[in-house]
Design a protein around this ligand. Structure first.
Ligand SMILES: Cc1ncc(COP(=O)(O)O)c(C=O)c1O
Length: 378
């Protein structure tokens, strides 16, 4: 018998202390993640480095494989990183921008996406930042116009952290590929709360990590690269985990893995890896389609409740283009967030908005409490 998603609320002890509605900043800590981390600490304590060879090494392989299954990715197409920025740095160092200097991003993307290529402007890279007409999304036509024969890459989000809007990634892949460019997608705000199939979406790179909807906390991220691209990717930012025989400790020659580990760098942080495995235990047990159904219903409940109280949430027009990031306009969002926190309601502030992000462990009563406190206190 599968349990309904809301049944998992007692997996997360934070709800004993407060009403947590901020999963798009940091997913709540599950009892399973805590148990996994404790297990890691016990191993470290009992066995020291001897746990590397038979246990921790396998945990890294397990995590690559489970991230891969979550994304519908072929075997061997996942690299681990401590965060998205470091993974992007490796990708940016592997692309040849000499004949195709242009990289297209949007003003709604998380800034670290564009920064990788802005940092290369002195090498001739040209970053084009597409503006959003409404603060919610960027029309496909704007990408069509910006992508040309000098474009190497579109680098943009699956779900915008600024508005929660879901982009049409398959259409973006078509635009990039018709021009001979590649598509890199920041899936940080998508993987976990939405089903993702990187093969159906036809992306070239897809990145994300544990922090938010994957319930893995800080310090663990993934990079999927299309397998056919791998042989041509020789990053200039690298490390010994990319070496195909790293335990030969060959200081004279760099021979990269054939699979996506060629895009890794140094020793992964094991505590976050264990925390992430615990988070995936929960997500896999519930199933991503059930999570999406529950979370979409919560988002709609929140939007309807906010409208009923005279607020005008800044979200995509169509429900199918919305995720569970709901932006509520606010004159002084930081003051609202502080006042809500004093009342035990945890949300976040972004410029001009209180940002609310329910997940499967929330219930509509959380929204009632939030909206009451938000509007009555103003
Ligand atoms: C869309 C998006 N991308 C990336 C990040 C984080 O990037 P990094 O892992 O480099 O800290 C965040 C939030 O922290 C985000 O919301």
């Amino acid at each position: 018998m599968t349990r309904p998603p809301a049944d998992y609320r007692n997996e997360f002890s934070i709800f004993e202390r407060c009403t947590y509605l901020n999963s798009c900043s940091l997913g709540a800590l599950s009892r399973r993640s805590r148990a996994r981390v404790n297990h890691y600490l016990d191993l470290w304590d009992a066995r020291g480095a001897s746990a590397w060879y038979d246990t921790w090494w396998a945990a890294l392989d397990e995590l690559r494989a489970r991230y891969g299954r979550l994304l519908g990715a072929p075997r061997g197409s996942i690299a681990l990183h401590p965060n998205v920025s470091s993974a992007l740095g490796v990708v940016a160092s592997a692309l040849d921008h000499r004949t195709r200097p242009r990289v297209v991003v949007t003003s709604l993307d998380f800034p670290t996406i564009g920064y990788q290529w802005m940092a290369k402007e002195r090498d001739g890279v040209e970053v084009v930042v597409l503006e959003s007409p409404d603060g919610v999304g960027v029309p496909l036509e704007a990408f069509e116009r910006a992508v040309d024969g000098r474009t190497s890459l579109i680098a943009t989000s699956h779900v915008f952290f600024t508005s929660g809007a879901i982009q049409d990634v398959a259409a973006l892949a078509g635009i990039a590929h018709r021009a001979g460019a590649l598509l890199l997608v920041d899936g940080y705000q998508a993987a976990g709360q939405l089903p993702v199939d990187v093969q159906a979406l036809d992306v070239d790179f897809y990145l994300g990590g544990g922090l938010k909807w994957l319930l893995g906390g800080t310090g663990v991220a993934f990079l999927h690269a299309r397998p056919e691209l791998l042989p041509s990717l020789a990053p200039s930012v690298t490390g010994w985990f990319a070496h195909r025989e790293q335990f030969r400790f060959d200081s004279r020659a760099l021979a990269l893995h054939d699979d996506a580990r060629r895009l890794e760098a140094g020793t992964p942080a094991l505590m976050p890896v264990y925390a992430q495995l615990g988070g995936l235990d929960v997500l896999e047990e519930i199933g991503i389609p059930a999570i999406r159904a529950a979370t979409a219903a919560l988002a709609e409940d929140l939007i309807a409740g906010a409208r009923a109280r005279g607020l005008a949430p800044q979200v995509a027009d169509r429900a199918e283009d919305r995720s569970a990031i709901v932006m509520l306009p606010a004159a002084d969002p930081h003051a609202d967030v502080r006042r809500l926190a004093d009342a035990g309601l945890i949300v976040d502030a972004r410029p001009g908005h209180v940002r609310v992000s329910p997940y499967f462990y929330n219930v509509p009563d959380d929204h009632r409490a939030l909206l009451e406190c938000l509007t009555d206190g103003r």
